[in-house]
Ligand binder design. Structure first.
Ligand SMILES: Nc1ncnc2c1ncn2[C@@H]1O[C@H](COP(=O)(O)OP(=O)(O)OP(=O)(O)O)[C@@H](O)[C@H]1O
Length: 537
């Protein structure tokens, strides 16, 4: 059921804990939110969905006081708080907590220190007196399924799944009654996703209101009660989940007619147009492109987190790497691209040893990298879109080469690439700083740069994280096309469906070891799942 205009207008405002009305927010050349509304009922699970760049993060940012609206009013519990909500500190005071995609915890501090940061209880003598606070935090930790031991650990030692819980704990400790989550499951493995949702459901049962942004319709259908769809900065529908079909949501998000979407769904196109991978060069007599011989790698804390890995990758082959987050995936990817030294073992590319080569020389030999953290490793946020597309490839002759860049050619080519990858740009075009792009569009820049360098070997770390359905399909096709032209691809993903869709072979990591290598024909979610958890059946 679409709660279209008449029904949407609440008969009694008291139904709604959050009421955002006529919200408009402009950025140079873009209207991120154009006369948008958001109505959220108390103690419900509310999904906010839409394509990359639709305006979701902006709307959450406004509700969290991080972004000020140009126009519009915000009501919490029927009270107009528009003038009070001018910063995240105001939002916290008003009972709103945010769990963002890029967690905002300080790595070198313990979990407890992070939670108390800014709200430290002070003793008369000026000393911190966390004992009472500690009791309360411990209680919350237990409710969230966090071991009390975690409180004393440093944030940098924790997995992303645990960090999510810590962020939630931090918000609850600050008395958040309205919890905003921006793509909370993007970095979680399937079992962790289920655990997070059952935790959120428990919170909703006890009166917390959850508003979450996601690109995964399956999650929306399984967990939300209400859905607001944005499309290109405007409202595109409000739905009650029990009365809507995924096809209707897709139609609202993409703006196509429902029948068109239906037929695309039926033809399987919305999942992906790629065909199930079967045999590859690994079955033939071709020499391997990448050869890892008994490599062991240390993690950031000096522990051996990857041990004795031997693996071959053949041209035109996509090999998926599955594993619970933190099983050694990051170390493996970084060792191959040269960002991390190997402790022992050797790496060969095309029969030449590259174990000690620099990142740049490996890149020049045709290794491209789509890193996990696009903010830290993938982009220079204050550089323009065009400059970011060029990063690492400054010497390519079509852009002038050498010391002097031909900006006219660069901008032309960057515009062409941005169009092909459907990067949504504002009026500044490719000269806009990358910082001003939506998260999904930033990710498209990282992918475009890697694929446009025509690599012989692509290390793709969660390449579709944060991408909408259309962009995900596009990237899947692009990876398959690159492989069909001869590139070898090592695809790290927490999404087993994605791995099963694309990979010819699947390597499962468990605790820094290879727990198994399965040809696609022998692989299933269950088999991979068993290997991921160390049960070798
Ligand atoms: N600080 C900014 N400066 C300029 N433009 C911005 C800024 N923040 C967002 N925008 C623009 O506003 C639009 C909406 O962006 P927003 O991040 O809200 O989208 P989104 O729906 O969250 O997308 P995604 O799913 O990719 O994260 C985009 O066109 C984006 O480029």
């Amino acid at each position: 059921m679409v709660l279209s205009s008449p029904e949407l207008k609440p008969s009694s405002h008291s139904d709604y804990i959050v009421r955002m009305e006529h919200i408009t927010r402009r950025f140079p050349g873009v209207i991120a939110n154009d006369d948008v509304h958001l109505y959220v009922k108390r103690a419900t699970f509310h999904a906010l969905i839409g394509e990359n760049g639709a305006g979701k993060s902006t709307l959450l940012g406004i509700l969290y006081g991080r972004i000020l609206p140009d126009e519009g009013r915000i009501f919490l519990y029927e009270r107009d708080v528009t003038q009070e909500l001018r910063s995240p500190a105001d939002a916290i005071r008003l009972g709103i907590g945010l769990v963002s995609q890029h967690h905002a915890l300080i790595p070198a501090l313990t979990v407890l220190e992070n939670i108390l940061l800014g709200v430290e209880p002070i003793l008369a003598g000026g000393l911190l007196a966390p004992s009472q606070a500690l009791e309360h935090i411990q209680e919350l930790a237990v409710q969230l399924g966090l071991s009390p031991v975690v409180l004393k650990q440093r944030v940098e030692q924790l997995s992303l799944a645990t960090l999510q819980k810590v962020e939630i704990l931090k918000a609850l400790y600050r008395n958040a009654k309205i919890l905003l989550l921006d793509e909370p499951t993007a970095t979680l493995a399937p079992a962790e996703v289920e655990a997070l949702f059952s935790l959120l459901h428990r919170l909703v049962e006890t009166g917390t209101t959850v508003i979450f942004v996601t690109h995964k319709l399956r999650e929306v259908m399984a967990h939300s009660e209400y859905i607001t769809v944005l499309r290109r900065g405007r409202n595109a529908g409000d739905f009650q989940t029990s009365h809507v079909q995924p096809e209707q949501l897709l139609a609202a998000m993409l703006g196509s007619s429902e029948s068109d979407i239906q037929s695309r769904l039926l033809s399987g196109a919305t999942v992906s147009t790629v065909t199930t991978p079967q045999s590859t060069a690994s079955d033939s007599a071709l020499p391997p492109l990448l050869k890892l011989e008994h490599i062991s790698v240390r993690n950031d804390h000096g522990a051996l987190s990857l041990q004795d890995i031997s693996l071959q990758l053949f041209p035109a082959e996509i090999v998926g790497v599955a594993g619970v987050d933190g099983s050694g995936q990051k170390e493996l990817a970084e060792a191959i691209v040269g960002l991390r030294d190997v402790e022992s073992g050797r790496i060969f590319l095309d029969n030449e040893e590259i174990t000690c080569q620099t990142v740049a020389s490996r890149r020049n030999r045709g290794i491209a990298y789509i890193p996990e953290d696009r903010h830290q490793e993938g982009l220079v946020l204050d550089f323009s879109v065009a400059e970011n597309l060029l990063l690492g490839h400054e010497l390519q002759t079509q852009w002038g080469g050498g010391y002097f860049l031909n900006y006219k050619v660069l901008h032309q080519q960057a515009t062409d690439i941005a169009n092909r990858y459907d990067v949504r740009l504002g009026s500044q075009g490719v000269q806009a700083p990358v910082r001003t792009l939506s998260g999904g569009n930033q990710q498209k820049i990282v992918i475009a740069r890697a694929l446009e360098s025509r690599p012989c070997l692509l290390i793709a770390y969660q390449p579709t994280r944060g991408l909408d359905i259309g962009a995900t399909r596009f990237v899947h096709n692009a990876l398959q096309e690159a492989a069909s032209k001869g590139a070898a691809i090592l695809l790290f993903s927490l999404d087993l469906d994605e791995i099963l869709l694309l990979a010819h072979r699947i390597v499962v990591l468990y605790n820094g070891h290879i727990a198994g290598i399965l040809p696609r024909s022998d692989a299933s979610v269950e088999r991979i799942g068993h290997l991921m958890t160390g049960s070798n059946t």
